[in-house]
Design a binder for this molecule. Structure first.
Ligand code: SF4
Ligand code: SF4
Length: 353
């Protein structure tokens, strides 16, 4: 089977319509000032010129999802004994996500190391992950907040993608990288794409060449540990942060969640919803003690997790994919790149331990 195809731009919607016959299809759409991932509607314009404001994270890890319906009952022979019957609510159906960028889709591989770990795989995440295919759009013009190349990626990185779509004059070159991806490329709307592959490679080369030289982050895990107890460093870094949480909610590789139960009488539903480690409530304990009492502690954790603790556990892989959303969408433009570089270049003053 050919794994390189060409699709005319004018056929893009028709192709997605075909895929939508058997799958839920998600695609980028403008909503107000933002571009979000929404169910594909042939009558609505897609917004695919620039990277979406919101990554496609919720297509595999919904912002809020039902996990279990449960019912309490009391043992009539022993009223002190309460029994709980639960029924898992597993996601159903298959999905195709069109138009995520390489950084977005690579973000799911950061989830995978945690949510698909051998002994603790998360059945809800796994079910969606197994049933979702990604048709990724290669980036033609990285923005000045993009730094995928700092963290081992590129504007045409195929990690996690089933198909990479590269825009060229009049259409797209589609390359499949998985069996699932090949299955997506069987439409009669697609023609053999071999003769356009050099054009696609040129797009990749130009995009990669437009990025400035990347610093070496190999020392970041240790350097961030070196400044772990230096609260002056972190207070300075977090000074302008408003603790709004936009950075975590918009991050394709942030995966923290909270669990809540909603009950009515003897019945209830357990939900999982995204959480936000930049919030003061995140580590608040029932006693009132908060081990991360200030925004400086919370920012230290967020950056430390991505550039030090996660890479230490997971084969030196940084759990930031360099999408730049936390810079672009931060109301005070706090720049994670600057803080990591400051930590790497930090020299203790004379007498400082
Ligand atoms: S988006 Fe900016 S202001 Fe909001 S919590 Fe993140 S760093 Fe702080
Ligand atoms: S930390 Fe910022 S730049 Fe890195 S993946 Fe998350 S939102 Fe993107």
């Amino acid at each position: 089977m050919d794994s390189i195809k060409y699709l005319k731009s004018t056929d893009l919607k028709h192709w997605l319509e075909e895929l939508a016959r058997e799958n839920s299809v998600f695609a980028p759409r403008a909503e107000g000032d933002s571009v979000i991932f929404a169910p594909f509607e042939p009558k609505q314009e897609m917004s695919i010129k620039h990277a979406p404001t919101v990554p496609p994270k919720k297509t595999v890890f919904p912002q809020s999802e039902k996990l279990v319906d449960f019912t309490y009952s009391k043992d009539p022979e022993n009223l002190g004994r309460v029994m709980i019957e639960g029924k898992e609510i597993l996601p159903e159906g298959t999905a195709v996500v069109f138009g995520g960028r390489p950084c977005d889709v690579r973000g799911f591989t950061m989830f995978d190391r945690v949510y698909l770990a051998e002994k603790t795989a998360d059945i809800y995440y796994k079910t969606r992950r197994d049933n979702t295919s990604f048709i990724t759009l290669a980036c033609e013009k990285p923005e000045n907040t993009c730094f995928c190349h700092w963290v081992g990626s590129s504007p045409s990185d195929t990690t996690g993608s089933d198909v990479m779509a590269t825009p060229i004059e009049g259409g797209y070159v589609l390359e499949a990288f998985t069996e699932r991806g090949q299955d997506l490329l069987t439409s009669r709307l697609l023609e053999n794409g071999d003769r356009w592959i050099l054009e696609a490679q040129e797009v990749h080369t130009i995009a990669a060449g437009s990025l400035t030289e990347a610093p070496n982050l190999s020392q970041a895990p240790q350097k961030l540990l070196d400044v772990f107890d230096n609260m002056d460093f972190w207070e300075n870094a977090a000074a302008k942060c408003l603790s709004c949480g936009a950075c975590t909610y918009l991050c394709p590789s942030c995966y923290c969640f909270n669990i809540t139960d909603e009950t009515a009488g003897m019945q209830g539903t357990r939900f999982r919803s995204w959480d936000n480690c930049m919030s003061a409530q995140f580590t608040m304990e029932a006693s009132g003690h908060n081990p991360r009492p200030t925004k400086a502690h919370r920012l230290k954790n967020r950056i430390g997790h991505k550039f030090s603790y996660y890479p230490t556990i997971h084969n030196r892989i940084i759990s930031c994919c360099g999408c730049g959303r936390c810079i672009k969408s931060c109301p005070v433009s706090l720049d994670i790149r600057e803080i990591v570089l400051e930590a790497i270049n930090y020299e203790p003053a004379a007498g400082e331990e």
